[in-house]
Design a protein around this ligand. Structure first.
Ligand SMILES: [Zn+2]
Length: 388
């Protein structure tokens, strides 16, 4: 109690200060306020070394580096995801798909256009095309006209989806694969105009294996036997999917191509390396992160060498879907945590847990490799330069 009275007394002389003294104090305070940001900035610069001179980034550098997520699906007008992207210095590609479930293709594209208008610096979008009119004679012309319209609306890339190869059938009932001559006409158009193509062709190899031999997808295929190809031998095989995609790339060597989900070769770095060697214009996104962690768990050095060898061909992405039912705070927290965890895995050698397997050490890739995977490769593939 007495202490409080003392403080009270100490304030009294200030209250009774002359007007002249008060002015002096105000002036000094104003000067201090002006100098404060300059002093703070100097201190900040002195404390942190130039980021471009570092051999490795740290976990804390997450907020100091521009990054790009090449695989995002926005299914809502809500902008919360984009707010978090800005906060975490993430630019991104929003991808429109021709899916038989969820938000229809045209609506996805309307959301993409809407967000692009509001956030032109933060994002780009990839359009797609429908195949419900596949058996019409003018499919190629109609599709190219649709794509041109989408480019005029701001799309900078095209997505080709797994429905080709796993669902679409021709007039005679055969499955249409991605190396079909009718698709060639479309790809020639893209290739001639240097328009990037994103290909989600086939599925993870697990899809064709019995449940007990799967690596990560027992839960999903156990719950969806209709999509579990092991149970449907009348459908094209895993090898059929990969061969058709390879054949498509063989026929279009100048096509600017990115295979989604490690080009559906997530289970084998050797098999993926073979394709990257054979098709110089092929890149892959690294959205199958559990597989990459498993490769690291099995052989960290080999996985690290793979990343370094193919540092120009790997593009960071998460395959995050943003849906209208998402709660803003939860969504922002979820994506921030995922981005940060994967940064820690690729940038640092911190220990982390791979569910069902055990502990592994992060890859701690050199800064130049991180810069490429997290930004430069996406900007080169999508043929854009950063807007200021
Ligand atoms: Zn996706």
């Amino acid at each position: 109690m007495p202490k409080k009275r003392m403080e009270f007394k100490a304030i009294i002389p200030e209250i009774t200060m002359s007007i002249r003294n008060q002015k002096k104090i105000v002036l000094l305070f104003a000067l201090w306020l002006t100098l404060l940001p300059i002093m703070a900035q100097k201190g900040y610069q002195a404390k942190l070394p130039d980021i471009k001179e570092k051999a490795y980034y740290t976990l804390e550098d997450f907020n100091r580096v521009d990054k790009f997520d090449v695989h995002i699906h926005i299914n809502t007008v809500q902008p919360y995801f984009i707010h978090q992207a800005i906060k975490d210095r993430f630019f991104f590609l929003d991808i429109v798909d021709d899916r038989p479930f969820g938000v229809p293709m045209d609506e996805q594209q309307a959301f993409a256009k809407f967000h692009l208008t509001n956030f032109p610096n933060q994002m780009n979008f990839a359009t797609t095309f429908k195949v419900s009119n596949w058996n019409q004679k003018d499919w190629v012309a109609t599709t190219i006209a649709h794509l041109k319209k989408s480019f005029a609306q701001g799309a900078i890339a095209v997505k080709i989806w797994k429905n080709i190869g796993m669902d679409l059938r021709s007039e005679n009932g055969d499955f249409v694969m991605v190396d079909h001559p009718r698709i060639d006409s479309l790809l020639t158009f893209l290739s001639d105009n240097d328009i990037p193509l994103l290909g989600h062709n086939g599925e993870p190899r697990d899809c064709w294996l019995p449940l007990e031999e799967m690596t990560f997808n027992q839960g999903y295929y156990g719950a969806h036997p209709e999509y579990h190809m092991y149970l449907h031998p009348e459908y094209p095989s895993y090898e059929d999917q990969i061969n058709a995609r390879d054949n498509m790339l063989k026929k279009h060597p100048n096509l600017n191509f990115m295979g989604a989900h490690l080009g559906s070769l997530e289970w084998s770095l050797e098999e993926l390396a073979k394709r990257l060697d054979a098709y110089p214009k092929m890149r892959v996104d690294i959205t199958r992160m559990p597989n990459l962690k498993l490769h690291t768990f099995n052989d960290r050095q080999k996985t690290r060498e793979f990343f370094i060898t193919y540092q120009d061909r790997l593009i960071y992405g998460t395959d995050t879907a943003i849906n209208p039912m998402d709660k803003p705070a939860e969504l922002k927290d979820r994506i921030h945590q995922k981005w940060l965890d994967e940064w820690a895995f690729l940038v640092t050698d911190r220990p982390l847990e791979l569910k069902g397997y055990g502990q592994l050490k992060g890859l701690k890739l050199p800064r130049e490799v991180i810069d490429k995977i997290y930004f430069e490769n996406a900007s080169r593939f999508l043929v854009f330069t950063k807007k200021e």
